[in-house]
Each structure stands twice: as structure tokens, then as C-alpha cells.
Ligand binder design. Structure first.
Ligand code: BG6
Length: 505
């Protein structure tokens, strides 16, 4: 629980000249500064190869804040105060000298402050450099203080189960698990954190949150964006690795986990990992009944023509990488037996929307005549992760008029109406958590590995057979036909997520 500003902290960003720092980390830190959440004693040391004068580097960061900060521009006095925290070290990550210089700088800052500080090493670098940087940090003694020295890692955490285990072994050779903060930025989103509040701070929903009342769950994370400038990475990864293994699996865990005994990091993570362990392995010989892949063709999105996946920069012309994935998972435990969880995500889809839809079972006995039920729909709870963040419950009501006609109506909670506040960027929440040493919203090694265990059979099945129908969905649609079949075989269909417009079925 957050009550106080964190203790003195120094944040070292490896890859300080990169996109992540520019677009996400510095704007998030700036907002924390404006809201008085940064420690009173705070410093940022940006490390990167590029020789650049501090003034120029700061001007670049200020531009990033103006472009990407959630609400407020970097006005002069605020910026002057904030920029005083920032130092830049032009250095090669491969050289041991870099770490000696860094250690001296850290010591100098602490001596000036007269207190011991938390030292947070943020890896905003390509994944190939992570192992080397951590080993150097370890050899320089910069990870020795198990309480105060922490490392933040960005995904991908491996490429499959075997590589994830290897990576975890390398980093846990240098660090205790308690020092490692593996970021899944979805977990920092307000609406995602609110799932826990919704489920466990209300007595109303938990009693019906199981296989007796819930028919199935759908999780959709759709993007209109293509691969943008990330073709090189994305073509190696694909939708399953980029989104499902981490973000969608975490959403599933939040919906499916058992109530925690307390709100401590390991308790929450234990409950989530229990869900991952209970997921039924996908049978190799029935893969197509459980997993569907797709790749976008050219099309029109918001009145603009967009190219096909294979025409994007840095993508192979005959690429078989999926830009869309849909899977069906079953959870073998008392709560979720026989309740399918359908997950889908894709690039260049019809809309930008992330939504969790929980559909309840019909009433056990329908006493209304068929004429009353023409517009009848099952109860549905929608969690709008983004945009139009909120929660909506659909239930049946009598439509006005002399006849008994039933139809769905909605009860809504929107963040906008309830709080009249802008929603913090997930990186604000997560960076503050790291400074406070709270790992609740971060991925533990066993969570990462358990999620890969679920993905591995799909990855292996897909890698062993080339899809001969790619591209198989037009940009600006909801994905390939086969994704509809995935639900149709169970007598269900995908709901069209459309913000709060539930008139469409
Ligand atoms: C990232 C993926 O983790 O999440 C991207 O690598 C994706 O491909 C992004 O676009 C989506 O995050 P958000 O917060 O913009 O929904």
C-alpha cells in the first residue's frame, strides 16, 4: 500500500538514449515529480553509448515529455527542478570501466546526500545485452546490497520455455528473486489493478464468480497499429510471444485467481501462478481446435489505406509470423472446470480496444414466453481495460410498452465520470513500485516459466507447419475467419468490442 514517498533512490537507465526512455520512462518520472511522488533525494543516471552533451540530452528528453506526457507539458520551473535530477554517462556497456565509473558516481551521489540510497538498474536495452550488463553489475559489486539494489527488466523474458529458464538462471546467479522486477506494463494499468479491487473488495460478485454461474470469458486486446518501426523484433516474435504469453495471460490470471489472503507481493503472485499451473495443456493433435493464427493483408483503417504485414519495413516478404492469435484455454480446478477462456489479440484490427467480457449462464428455467425473449441476452460483465476505462454490467429489463418484452440494459462505471481525473501511465505506477520495493505487479520467474509452459505446444505446433493461407485477414477487420470458427465449434461467438456501445451483438 502506498502512503509515503519512496526513500532516497538513484535510477540508472541503461539505454537512456532509446525510445523507451524517451517515450515512457522520462515522461512517467516527470509526472511523478509533478505529483510529488519522487523521493526527496532522487537522481537519474542515463547510460548510453552515444556521446551527447547533457544540455542536448535534456532538450531531447523535454521534447519527449511534451510529446508523450499524459497531461502536462514541461513548463519551465517544473522542468528546471526535474532536469536537475538527470545525469548522463556516455559509456560502452561492454567495458568493465563503465561499471567502475558508474560505481564511483553512485558513491559520490550517496556521499553528497549523506544517506544510503536504493539503486535501481533499469534495462531499457535490447534483450541481447541484458545478460552481459547484469554480469558486469554483479562483478562490480553493484548488486551486493540485497535490500537496496534492484534490477528492472523489460520483456521479452525468453523466446520459449527453455530460453526463459536459461535467462532466469543467469540473472538469479547474480541476484535474489526479490531484487528482480520483470515489467509487464499491462499490470500497471489502472483498470487491470482495479480487477482485484472489483473482485476482492466487494462481496457481491465473488459468490457468482465460478463455473456454476459463468459460461465463458473472452479477453480481447486489439490494436489498429501495425508493427511500426519494430519489424525486426516483431518478425522474430509474433503475436503469441509479444502479447499473449505476457499481457493476456496476466489478465486471465487476474480474472481467474483465488482470493488472496493478504495484499503482499508473493501472496498475489502465488495465487496467479496457481492459475497458470491449472491450465490444461493444449493437445498437440488438436491444436487447431484451440489456437488460431493470422497475418494481416492490406486494408483500410479509419479511412486510410494501410499495407500488408509483409510490406512493412524490416519484415521478410514471405514471413510466416503471426500478427494475430486467438486461443482457447481451459482451467482445471474447482472454480473453472468447463469454463472456456477465449483470448485474442492482433495488430491492424478494426479498433483499438482491450476488453474482458465475462458472460454468465442463462437462468436455470425460462418462465417468460418466447415472444418476450426475442431480444434476450445473457448477463454480461465487461471490463474495459482501454480506452473509455470502466466496467459495465448488462442485464435484462422489461422494455416499455404493453407487452412483456425483455431486452438488455447496462449499468456503467467509467473512470472519467467517477473520478474526473486523467489516468496515470502504467510506468508511473510501476516505477514507483520499484522504488518502494513492491513487486506485486511484477512477474516472478516461476510465473514467466509457467506462462511459457502454456505457450510452448502452440509455438512448436505452429513452427512445425507453415501457414499456407497468410495473409488471412484484411487490415481493419476482427481477424481471420478461423478465429470465429474457434468459438463457433462451441456454439459461441466473439462479441464485437466497441467501447460502451453494446447495441451490437
Ligand atoms: C507491448 C507490445 O508490450 O504492448 C506491443 O510489445 C503492443 O506490440 C503494446 O503494441 C500494447 O500496449 P498498450 O499499452 O499500448 O496497449
Amino acid at each position: 500500500m502506498r502512503n509515503n514517498r519512496p526513500e532516497a533512490s538513484i535510477l540508472v537507465i541503461f539505454g537512456a538514449g532509446g525510445d523507451l526512455s524517451w517515450r515512457k520512462l522520462i515522461p512517467a518520472l516527470f509526472n511523478l515529480h509533478l505529483n510529488n511522488w519522487l523521493p526527496e533525494k532522487f537522481a537519474i543516471i542515463g547510460v548510453d553509448l552515444k556521446p551527447i552533451e547533457l544540455e542536448k540530452y535534456l532538450a531531447h528528453l523535454r521534447q519527449g515529455i511534451n510529446n508523450f506526457s499524459r497531461s502536462i507539458h514541461a513548463d519551465d520551473p517544473d522542468w528546471q527542478n526535474f532536469s536537475a535530477f538527470i545525469h548522463y554517462l556516455s559509456a560502452d556497456f561492454k567495458e568493465s570501466d563503465t561499471y567502475t565509473t558508474l560505481a564511483n558516481q553512485l558513491k559520490a551521489v550517496e556521499q553528497e546526500w549523506g544517506v544510503k540510497a536504493n539503486k535501481i538498474f533499469y534495462q531499457a536495452t535490447p534483450p541481447s545485452l541484458v545478460k552481459m550488463i547484469i554480469e558486469h553489475l554483479g562483478q562490480s559489486g553493484l548488486l551486493d546490497d540485497r535490500q537496496r539494489n534492484r534490477v528492472v527488466l523489460e520483456k521479452p523474458f525468453g523466446h520459449d520455455l527453455v530460453s526463459a529458464i536459461k535467462l532466469n538462471t543467469v540473472i538469479t546467479n547474480q541476484l535474489d528473486e526479490s531484487q528482480i522486477f520483470r515489467i509487464d506494463h499491462f499490470l500497471g494499468k489502472e483498470t487491470v489493478q482495479n480487477i482485484l479491487a472489483f473482485r476482492f473488495a466487494n462481496a457481491l460478485f465473488e459468490p457468482i464468480w465460478d463455473q456454476r454461474y459463468i459460461d465463458h470469458v473472452q479477453i480481447t486486446v486489439a490494436e489498429t497499429l501495425g508493427v511500426e518501426h519494430r519489424g525486426e523484433y516483431y518478425d522474430q516474435a509474433g503475436a503469441l510471444r509479444d502479447m499473449v504469453q505476457n499481457h493476456l495471460m496476466q489478465l486471465l490470471c487476474m480474472i481467474a485467481m483465488e482470493p488472496p489472503v493478504s495484499f503482499t507481493d508473493n501472496e498475489i503472485r502465488n495465487k496467479k501462478v496457481d492459475v497458470l499451473h491449472a491450465i490444461r495443456p493444449i493437445p498437440e493433435d488438436k491444436l487447431s481446435s484451440f489456437a488460431v493464427r493470422g497475418q494481416y493483408d492490406s486494408g483500410i483503417i479509419q479511412d486510410k489505406a494501410v499495407p500488408s504485414y509483409r510490406e512493412e519495413p524490416d519484415i521478410k516478404q514471405d514471413s510466416t509470423t503471426e500478427s494475430f492469435a486467438a486461443i482457447k484455454l481451459m482451467i482445471d480446478n474447482w472454480r473453472w472446470q468447463d469454463v472456456p477462456f477465449y483470448l485474442r489479440t492482433g495488430k491492424r484490427m478494426s479498433e483499438d480496444v482491450s476488453e474482458i467480457s465475462i458472460q454468465f449462464k442463462p437462468v436455470p428455467h425460462q418462465s417468460f414466453p418466447p415472444t418476450s425473449l426475442e431480444d434476450w441476452q445473457p448477463n454480461r460483465l465487461l471490463i474495459h481495460v482501454q480506452p473509455n476505462e470502466g466496467i459495465q454490467l448488462s442485464f435484462q429489463a422489461k422494455q416499455p410498452g404493453p407487452q412483456m418484452k425483455l431486452g438488455p440494459v447496462n449499468m456503467r462505471f467509467t473512470y472519467q465520470d467517477a473520478f474526473h481525473a486523467t489516468i496515470p501511465n502504467p510506468y508511473e505506477t510501476l516505477l514507483l513500485d520499484v522504488m518502494q520495493g513492491d513487486a506485486t505487479l511484477f512477474m516472478r520467474a516461476d510465473q514467466v516459466e509457467a506462462a511459457w509452459t502454456v505457450m510452448d505446444p502452440i509455438l512448436q505446433g505452429w513452427e512445425s507447419t507453415n501457414p499456407d493461407n497468410f495473409p488471412n485477414y484484411e487490415a481493419g477487420t476482427w481477424g481471420p475467419k478461423a478465429a470465429d470458427e474457434l468459438l463457433k465449434q462451441d456454439g459461441r461467438h466473439w462479441f464485437i468490442p466497441c467501447c460502451f456501445d453494446r447495441s451490437k451483438k
